[in-house]
Design a protein. Sequence first.
Length: 350
Amino acid sequence: MLAPLIHILPLTTIMRTRLMPVDGKIVAGVGQKVNPTDTVAEAIVGRKHLVIDVAQKLDVPQRDVGKLIKVKKGQQVSKGDLLAESQGLFGREVESPVNGTIVASGSGKIVIETGGVVFELQAGIPGVISQAIGLRGVVIRATGAVIQGVWGNGKLDYGIMQSLMESPEDVFEPARIDVSLRGTILLGGHVESQKVFQNAADLTVRGLIVTSLNPALLQAAAQAPFPVLVLEGFGRRPMTSSAYKLLSTNVKRDVSLNAETSTRQNNARPEVFIPLPVSQEPPEPREAETFAPGQLVRVVSLAKPGRQGTILQLRPMATLPSGIKANAAEVRLENGEQTLVPLTNLEVVG
């Protein structure tokens, strides 16, 4: 059976795709080293197109409009500029109602492109450009530690990680966010209070990595002005030991926090990336796995949240304590307890 795979790796090589919402221009070359805040591509977004029916406004046949138009394709116009005019005693004028650029004309009409702002796509992680994807984005190769989560609010930032955790079971106390943490990415426990997001925003924190989240706070997390990454899920859960160990031993390092929203199309997980120097590039992580004895797994059920263990053996169509039959595995948890867990409640850690 194909297993869900979550990456919690102390050292690996990653390939990450960075894309713009529309085509534009790639400004970083293949082989170029980039920092997280470097612009790798840019485009104009938010454009609108206004169609002006010149024939109707001048009250002339479409075939006669071409000789009456006073502007050319590619020409920039300001509001009030003359676009076309007819001659004679009852001649009429057509003025531009907006600032913009003439992008097309024909069939008695003029099309003006308006609006648009420059969108700059940042690298997000320190690494090397390995590929350009048309006019849309790039692929970046980097080495370091990766800790993936289960939910993110779609934002990305980079900064020094500071921890407010003393154990994997901690609750994130909003009062602990003080001015000394301004501009950092905070590692915290379970979030039960909306003031965590309010205090973090007031002190311009650059991101939050949290263990779990009260479901009632989902909207507050989604609307936070900084990236929010939930590692374990919703409802109070402890942080798995492998994630806690890896994050707590890298406090005060620069980290890239990508709270990318997972979709069926991008097949991505939100993650923390910690760039690390290497003398030899480590292999890329596996992207697919099947359940097998000896694997480190994470239990994702509500009954045993935040638990890790090792698969001892697979039990096809085993009878669970509830009486239901399902594909399951005998798992030895880190505390030595041995339990039967449905495969649907397991993720392979690797």
